[in-house]
Design a protein around this ligand. Structure first.
Ligand code: ZN
Length: 529
């Protein structure tokens, strides 16, 4: 996979890194096959065309980059590859209108370029006609073919323009359509409409590719299809699963929530590359989900020795401090993270969460606002902000955030991982309001019953928790987490038989090793009493 992403740094332009992707080498072959240069003049022609081609792609990206700077978004790098360019922004512009501006600026630059090349071509043949024929016949012969280069570059830019403006996501045209619809009808409608427009055009492109045997187009179509898939959360999930299964098995198990099966793969990776901190982070996350916090912390600590300034590790460590209610240590580390990476949404998010726990509600709100302005697609951010709004007495804004979270993802908005349930502590008034509203809108949502049951359980309201788990199980009798949760509440109430029955049920409904193991351990601890 390294080879596919290999690129050379060409230089830096006003703080923007310019990189050339190795696929650009193939443009030499394409240029050769277009021009078949046999002498010096032919070679020079071909070279001018190639420079013009790369310059056209580059200036298109400069258009995007310039527009991004105008709306205060930092540009990290520009990558030029065979089929065009990519501009990497530090983040997406927040306002749809700003996005519209950034996506339109590239095609606009291409339009200007095609007009410029056409103008040079016209000027050239105009002056050529007026040149006295006798003067320097040799020189004239030499330059006579150059106008065609400008003409072909003008045509090339028009082709680039048309291609870029196809209303197919993720082309500029598709993104323009998306930003345009979003500014009037909101994000989820924009996703839907863009998908509905993009898909038939993509199918057309594929049919055309098969018809003319254009394999480059067919492979590009695959990437376009993947990009379109990202517009929809469900299809994105399946794409991630498919790719992970093919490329990296632990990632597949991780996304499936099968942490005990993912863990040995990461352990093997750590043995193979002990200096690679990402392996430790991945394994630590597995341990968190498996409720083995000590092992998780050990991995985080070891990785921190390798990379003491890794912001993900520092934030994980801070989160553990927060779980241990050592808020001062957590805030210290988060300050360090924010100094390293001031525009990282997760840093602000976790800062807000800790501030909320310490009672600094207004400061927490500021941090949540910042996090959401940086990344607007994470349901949990809205959930957390709705808690702080409710505590500040602003019910309207709390409800608005709850609706935003639900619109993004039902599961992520309504449930939390077991190890993160502490967030519900002391928030029962919020939880009752939140889940009652969610259930009004989606009366069959077992996620809502599960979330509320978890909140009741963490706040020691086991009677109500059991009632909600039971309702969720009536809707989805195959969810192991519900049996585990209800079993724990039964155990807390001293109803041992019911608890054991629930824990037994877990291994009947799931193959996930860590959940079976948890249930067995819980059963065993009860049997010992
Ligand atoms: Zn573009």
């Amino acid at each position: 996979m390294k080879l596919l992403t290999y690129s050379w740094k060409l230089g830096t332009l006003r703080g923007v890194e310019i990189r050339l992707h190795f696929s650009l080498l193939f443009s030499l072959i394409i240029t050769y096959s277009l021009f078949h240069p046999t002498n010096f003049r032919g070679g020079l022609l071909a070279f001018c065309w190639l420079i013009g081609f790369v310059l056209s792609v580059f200036l298109h990206e400069v258009g995007h980059a310039w527009a991004a700077r105008r709306v205060n978004v930092e540009v990290k790098s520009i990558l030029l590859w065979l089929l065009g360019g990519l501009t990497f922004l530090e983040r997406e512009p927040e306002k749809p209108f700003h996005r519209l501006f950034v996506y339109a600026a590239g095609p606009l630059a291409t339009l200007v370029l095609s007009l410029l090349f056409a103008a040079v071509y016209l000027a050239y043949i105009f002056f050529y006609a007026f040149l006295p024929y006798e003067t320097g016949l040799e020189l004239l012969r030499f330059v006579e073919a150059f106008p065609t280069v400008f003409l072909s570059l003008a045509v090339l830019n028009i082709v680039l323009l048309v291609f870029n403006l196809l209303p197919v996501y993720p082309f500029d045209g598709g993104r323009i359509v998306h930003a345009f619809i979003e500014s009037f009808f909101g994000k989820s409608n924009a996703n839907l409409v863009t998908m509905l427009i993009s898909t038939p055009i993509l199918i057309g492109l594929i049919a055309f590719g098969i018809y003319v045997h254009d394999y480059v187009l067919l492979i590009s179509s695959l990437f376009i299809a993947l990009a379109i898939g990202t517009l929809n959360r469900r299809s994105l999930h399946w794409i991630n699963l498919g790719l992970s299964y093919l490329i990296k098995r632990p990632g597949y198990y991780f996304l499936q929530g099968d942490y005990a099966r993912a863990e040995p793969y990461y352990t093997r990776d750590i043995k193979r590359e002990p200096q690679q901190v990402n392996h430790y982070i991945a394994r630590a996350l597995c341990y968190f989900f498996m409720l083995e916090r000590e092992k998780a912390c050990a991995d985080v600590e070891r990785a921190l020795q390798i990379a003491p300034n890794n912001e993900v590790l520092l934030l994980l460590r801070a989160d553990v401090y927060a779980l241990e209610k050592n808020y001062e240590a957590a805030l210290d580390l988060i300050a360090q993270v924010q100094a390293l990476k001031p525009n990282w949404a997760h840093g602000h998010m976790d800062h807000g969460s800790v501030l909320m726990k310490t009672g600094s509600l207004q400061l927490a709100l500021d941090e949540f606002n910042r996090a959401i302005s940086l990344t607007s697609q994470i349901p949990l951010f809205y959930v957390e902000r709705s808690i702080v709004y409710l505590k500040l007495g602003n019910l309207d804004l709390a409800h608005k955030d709850q609706d935003s979270a639900l619109a993004l993802s039902e599961k992520d908005a309504l449930t939390r991982a077991e190890f993160a349930l502490q967030a519900y502590e002391g928030c029962l008034d919020w939880a009752e309001d939140y889940y009652a509203r969610a259930l009004q809108k989606r009366p069959r949502s077992w996620y809502a019953y599960q979330g509320r049951a978890d909140a009741y359980r963490i706040n020691n309201e086991h009677e109500k928790a059991i009632a909600d788990y039971t309702r969720a199980l009536e809707i989805n009798p195959k969810e192991p987490g519900l049996y585990l949760g209800r079993g724990k509440s039964y155990r807390a109430k001293g109803e041992i038989d019911c608890a054991v029955a629930d824990f037994r049920q877990v291994s009947l409904v799931t193959n996930k090793i860590h959940l079976r193991r948890q249930a067995e351990n819980l059963s065993a601890s009860l049997a010992g009493n």
